[in-house]
Design a protein around this ligand. Structure first.
Ligand code: PLP
Length: 362
């Protein structure tokens, strides 16, 4: 219950997926069952390029798109291929832990850069490590704080990358889910020449994380290296799954599913806000998120340890991770991440009531 970052798998379009799957398997195309192009199944790469043009304003060709096993593989490949061990890499503070760890495992020296309500503080990054090799950012919806990077900061980040001859990895993991206001253009769309930005997307939030399908959009000169890197890592993504997804996107089912999920998630978000206002008043401060799949519940009493509450929450079936776990050592803020997308609306208030029992000291 209340797990952040998990979409409504209860609303997964299983019937449509099964029908498309039957079509793909009946077709039995040998090209899907043998070794395929490590860069991905061509019709899927085309469908992703068209989808990004229509939904995210990113003009790219199918050749620039490489299919990956989720964002995680895209971030790992970027870290391995674009930097050398010991190079500095900016990471947001607080950060998406799996992304930060992918950089560390590749031998990079991660430099925490503070995040405020405008997103990553580029000036602070330059003050700590002006010559970093790359920056890993979540501009559409900072994970975990939820800030949307301002246009001013987006341009400042791109200008730094140009000056420092650095790369920017844009992790746009849930940019499709915005409930009010207009989205800002992704860095990949603002970087006119597409020379500095490695755009990472995933089907984990718009469909389901278990599919393990994501993609990276690259400047043309990096495509060969990433294709070779992918082949070396695990050859390719499964052919039949890529073909099913290609049909799912090309026939308009993905756009329809996202529209339906936006309505569902807005209702679940409102149910969470209502439940927190009713049952956790004076314990948790929660601002209504304008986008994404989770909210932030900050503790009104700063002496309460979020790690301790989390340990006890888990025993009640509540997966509400502690905010402090995302910070670099020494700078934590206390609170909980409250996911709303994957919890059915009628179960949200009972879950919040259970959570509140953990704050009582009697
Ligand atoms: C910031 C961020 N990026 C990416 C992902 C998705 O990772 P993957 O595509 O590997 O499932 C998540 C999921 O929790 C996330 O929170």
């Amino acid at each position: 219950m209340l797990a952040p970052g998990i979409p409504a798998v209860d609303a997964f379009p299983g019937q449509i997926w099964a029908r498309l799957s039957a079509e793909v398997w009946r077709g039995g195309a040998p090209s899907l069952l043998g070794y395929g192009d490590p860069a991905g199944y061509r019709p899927l790469r085309q469908a992703i390029a068209a989808y990004l043009g229509a939904m995210r304003g990113i003009a790219c060709t199918a050749e620039q798109v490489i299919v990956t096993s989720g964002s995680q593989q895209a971030i790992s490949l970027a870290a391995q291929l674009l930097a050398d061990a010991g190079d500095a890499a900016w990471v947001e503070d607080p950060a998406y832990v799996a992304g930060r760890n992918a950089l560390s495992v590749a031998g990079l020296r991660t430099v925490p850069v503070p995040v405020d309500m405008e997103g990553l503080d580029v000036a602070a990054g330059e003050a700590s490590a002006a010559h970093a090799r790359l920056a890993l950012v979540t501009p559409s919806h900072q994970y975990p704080l939820g800030a949307v990077m301002s246009l001013r900061r987006r341009f400042a980040l791109l200008a730094w990358a140009e000056r420092a001859n650095a790369w920017v990895i844009e992790d746009d993991y849930d940019g499709e889910f915005r409930y009010s206001g207009r989205p800002l253009q992704p860095l990949a769309a603002l970087d006119a020449g597409q020379e500095r930005v490695i755009y990472v997307g995933t089907f984990s939030k718009v469909l389901a994380p278990g599919l393990r399908l994501g993609y990276v959009v690259l400047p043309g000169r990096l495509v060969g290296a990433f294709t070779a890197g992918r082949a070396l890592a695990d050859r390719q993504s499964p052919g039949p799954d890529q073909a099913i997804l290609a049909e799912f996107i090309a026939r308009g089912y993905l756009a329809r599913h996202i529209r339906a999920m936006r309505v569902l998630y807005r209702a679940r978000r409102d149910a969470l806000a209502d439940a927190v206002a009713r049952h956790a008043d004076g314990l948790l401060d929660m601002a209504l998120p304008e986008c994404g799949l989770h909210a932030l519940g900050l503790f009104s009493d700063s002496s309460v340890m979020d790690t301790e509450i989390y340990g006890r929450a888990l025993r009640l079936g509540l997966q509400t991770p502690p905010l402090s776990a995302y910070y670099s050592p020494g700078h934590p803020r206390s609170g909980l991440l409250l996911g709303f997308a994957s919890t059915p609306e009628e179960q949200i208030a009972p879950a919040v009531r259970r959570l509140v029992t953990l704050f009582r000291r009697d």
